[in-house]
Ligand binder design. Structure first.
Ligand SMILES: [Zn+2]
Length: 268
């Protein structure tokens, strides 16, 4: 990975290539168009998970808006630096969809009743800022509780929600490009950001992704960025490069272990 793959300057190039070539949808807009049978033949769904560094989310929201893109920004509701109603309001005012990046099942250590109460409260907090109709799980790869399991017991409808990107979107006819772990070809170690997509192209760098987007072959795709990693600061990028190198190694071995356990169990 080059240091310059995840700068905001590079993000502008990525957004430009998408906006020049495709109709774009936020997650909510996609869900509604899908329901009304009005989806275009060719399109990109743009989603951002705001895991940290919330100021970056605002600058990326401005870039998206500059290029006519209405995207979805999923915010966590952790206190202090991650829960910033002022920034969330500005992102919503730019025309973007605001969603809840939930992690209450891991916060509640697998207690569903407690998790439900937390989910309702946090959703309410965000709904005081902007209408929230879709939510998206935060991976928490090192927690033994998988937040998506919440929906094994509860339904989106009971919270007046219409979409969850890991449950509602069918990816089999589209590509899925996710920057999880500071790279686009992260399937070797990705633990929870996994969807059944059209195929894995093994695209490594952002310029390679842009080249692909500029060909008609891309056709339909969903793009996920983690807004905290897209920065023009060389020192922050260096920091992330080291942190993600370590995290990705741990995730790689954890995934290998999970595959081996699964294989042994199937052989039993
Ligand atoms: Zn996340």
């Amino acid at each position: 990975m080059s240091y310059f793959d995840y700068t905001q300057k590079m993000y502008i190039k990525l957004v430009k290539s998408i906006a020049n070539n495709y109709k774009t949808y936020s997650v909510l807009d996609y869900c509604q168009a899908h329901k009304n049978n009005s989806l275009q033949d060719s399109y990109f769904i743009i989603r951002h998970d705001v895991d940290g560094n919330i100021n970056n989310a605002l600058s990326m929201a401005k870039i998206d808006a500059d290029y006519g893109i209405r995207a979805t920004y999923y915010f966590r509701t952790k206190p202090f630096f991650l829960y910033r109603p002022d920034i969330m309001t500005k992102v919503a005012e730019l025309g973007h969809e605001i969603g809840y990046h939930y992690e209450m099942l891991s916060d509640a250590m697998g207690n569903f009743i407690k998790a439900r109460k937390m989910f309702k409260e946090n959703l309410e907090k965000l709904r005081n800022i902007a209408p929230v109709k879709t939510v998206c799980m935060h991976g928490r790869p090192f927690s033994k509780y998988d937040n998506i399991d919440f929906w094994k017991r509860y339904s989106l409808e009971e919270f007046d929600l219409v979409g969850e990107p890991y449950l509602t979107i069918d990816y089999t006819d589209k590509y899925y490009f996710s920057d999880t772990g500071l790279c686009w070809n992260n399937h070797r170690f990705n633990l929870r950001d996994i969807v059944k997509s059209k195929g894995n192209l093994d695209i490594g760098s952002t310029p390679q992704l842009i080249d692909f987007i500029n060909t008609p072959d891309a056709k339909r795709a969903a793009v996920l960025t983690h807004t905290n990693i897209w920065t023009d600061s060389a020192s922050i990028l260096m920091f992330y490069k080291i942190v993600f190198y370590v995290i990705n190694r741990i995730k790689y071995y954890k995934k290998k272990q999970m595959v081996n356990t699964h294989m042994n169990a199937s052989n039993d």
